[in-house]
Design a protein around this ligand. Structure first.
Ligand code: PAF
Length: 301
């Protein structure tokens, strides 16, 4: 495994694979790697001859009052996990390497970045789009792997790739959960025992979402109200948002567009100082079942 910190070294290392005709898979991360990241690397390993892992806590995607300084870091642990997962090249740049001067160029994906996390974290997705497009240009991967825990990020990056005709396939990978259901996140390390126990309400409400949607007669507002009420029973939970939208368009879940699309149930909730996100996609079939529920039939009479 090659560990490189400079862009010139990265390009050279990737080029050495390219001359051998190798396909390249990229897993962009901010480090403090866990089993969720390992699953992205495993998928990349299966599908690509060479796997590139980037570990970079990207300052442009953090707002002024966010946790850039206290974002967890563990270089040694990350390198061990990378080695164990068959990574070929690790790119570990300093901020000064990625941004030798402030970027005058912005990448803004309109429409889908002003809601969910984009509404609570203005500018966040511009920073993500900027760094991801830089990484795509530096590595030139055939495929890039992103976890669906950040489903909005997957939608934003996919849209950017489509709009700019970037020659890379985006591979969304399933959310990895702890045995008790909590979605894995580098930020989980900040949770106290009580906060962690109460945070299980997120996966619980998502698990029950299809059933609650059916009980609400297929009405997204009814489902949201039910989820908010259940999360509100947890004294340590402070809701940022509970949303039900179409996916990947992130439009309101009613009307003609909603009838054709999958939906996302997306949550962001603070437990103490730690903001957690989680989500679940509802397939057309689950939505259709909810819409065909007896309550919905009664409403139509
Ligand atoms: O998902 C993340 O860890 C980051 O947003 C990403 C995609 C690595 C960009 O900094």
């Amino acid at each position: 495994m090659q560990v490189v910190t400079e862009i010139a070294e990265l390009k050279k290392a990737v080029a050495a694979h390219r001359v051998q005709g190798h396909s390249v898979g990229l897993v962009p991360t901010m480090g403090y790697l866990h089993a969720g990241h390992a699953s992205l690397l495993a998928q990349a390993r299966k599908e690509s001859d060479a796997v590139v892992l980037s570990v970079f806590v990207n300052p442009t995607q953090f707002g002024p009052n966010e946790d850039l300084d206290r974002y967890p870091r563990n270089k040694e642990g990350d390198l061990q996990l990378a080695e164990a997962n068959g990574v070929d090249i690790v790119f570990l740049p300093e901020a000064s390497e990625m941004y030798p001067r402030p970027s005058a160029t912005r990448i803004s994906v309109g429409g889908i970045t002003d809601k969910l996390c984009g509404a609570s974290r203005p500018g966040h997705f511009d920073g993500v789009a900027l760094v991801v497009s830089k990484l795509f240009h530096l590595v030139g991967p055939d495929r890039a792997y992103f976890g669906m825990k950040d489903a909005q990020q997957v939608a934003v990056i996919s849209r950017m790739v489509e709009d700019l005709n970037l020659p890379v396939e985006i591979v969304p990978c399933p959310i990895v959960r702890a045995e008790d259901g909590l979605a894995l996140s580098s930020r989980n390390v900040y949770l106290s025992a009580d906060e962690r126990a109460q945070a299980l309400v997120l996966s619980e409400t998502l698990r029950r979402a299809p059933e609650w949607l059916a009980e609400a007669g297929g009405d997204a507002e009814g489902l949201k109200a039910r989820i908010r009420a259940r999360i509100g029973e947890m004294p340590l939970a402070d809701i940022d948002y509970v949303e039900v939208l179409t996916y990947p368009g992130l439009a309101p879940a009613f009307g003609a567009e909603a009838a054709e699309s999958a939906w996302i149930v997306a949550l962001a909730v603070r437990f103490g100082k730690t903001r957690l996100i989680d989500n679940r996609l509802l397939t057309r079939q689950e939505i259709a079942e909810a819409l065909a529920s007896p309550l919905q039939a009664a409403k139509g009479e």
